[in-house]
Design a protein around this ligand. Sequence first.
Ligand SMILES: [Zn+2]
Ligand SMILES: [Zn+2]
Length: 417
Amino acid sequence: MFVHRLAKSGHRRQFPRWHPATTDRIPEPKMDTKSGAGERLSRTQGEILKLSHRIHAHPELGFEEERACRWLETLLADHGFAVTHAACELSTAFIARAGSGPLHVGICAEYDALPGIGHACGHNMIAAMAAGAAIAAAAVADDAGLTITVLGTPAEEVGDSSGKIVMLERGAFDGLHAAMMVHPAPVEMLEMHIIAASMFDVHYTGKPAHASAFPELGINAADALTVAQTSIGLLRQHLKQTDRVHGITTHGGDAPNVIPAHTSARYIVRAENLDELRDVRAKVLRCFEAGAIATGATLEIKGGTKPYADLQPDHGISAIYKRNAEAVGRAFPDLGVLGQRMAASTDMGNVSYALPTIHPMIGIDSLPAVNHQPEFAAHCVTDIADKAVIDGSLAMAWTAIDLALDSEMRERLMMRR
Ligand SMILES: [Zn+2]
Ligand SMILES: [Zn+2]
């Protein structure tokens, strides 16, 4: 039904602005906004979970998430959101808005999958939680003094020039007072250690030759990559504990009896923050240069121009989220060393430098399965995951409501922008 409607609408028009139907309202004198949001969520939860499972069953890679994007847009439009398709000139980005209150909260929806292992980072749950939270909060937005925007942010997994980075540059976050999203993880974490990251492609070009008859006439691009990888191995002694260097060979040659004339690799370098990232990246690039110098191959680096920033969570909003998550029954265990050691990256870090942001992790009790494993993908549609989707939706909706109703918080957020 959704698809049919979209096909007829041409999928590009602006949907009408949302006005709450009077039948959905709790009678006067004063509605309790949080229970109003909760009631709306419980009436919608079937649709929210269906969306989570549907996206999970149809994984799409970054910037190719046509179906997930359309399903989200349709669901939000059906619930009265004004939807802009292909926001910021990205075909799989969207902006959906409801309410007209003074405090403007953005909720980010991610929906990209990983090559070969599907929704092994659980972005189907992120998308569903963003929709659930927004629909719940929209039910009471005008009473709470809220405007709610869902930002459909594609391609979080790509590691460079991703959806949120481009959307930030193109103004999608302008006018927002706070941004939030919830990400699934093996265990619950309020403020995960989010470090900076840069992904780039490395290309070596050498010269082909018969590998046995005329090897002296060839320039071996595979050797260049081997020298670079050996240099990176030696560099590890000099890296900080928060630095990371990891990559894959994307092309290693064509035949064992032909000197490889072209090889390529894709690498990610990470560090505590963007300043430290610059230093580590320069050292890693020298390792790739070493490969070119040693073999005579030429080196070309592509991408890596728009890195992910570390995430600076707004501790005040985090505390409010924690209270609300605990109120719906979530618990935040002390992870000790594991919590320190675990570090990942997200383009939500870039958002956190532009406006107050939180990115809590919701636990789906998957250990020993962890993110980016097929076993984790399987955990992202279990009953435990579904419960997490509803809990995360409600905790975010209530957090948005609290931000609007807490006068001190509201003033702080609105003063900034
Ligand atoms: Zn991931
Ligand atoms: Zn992820």
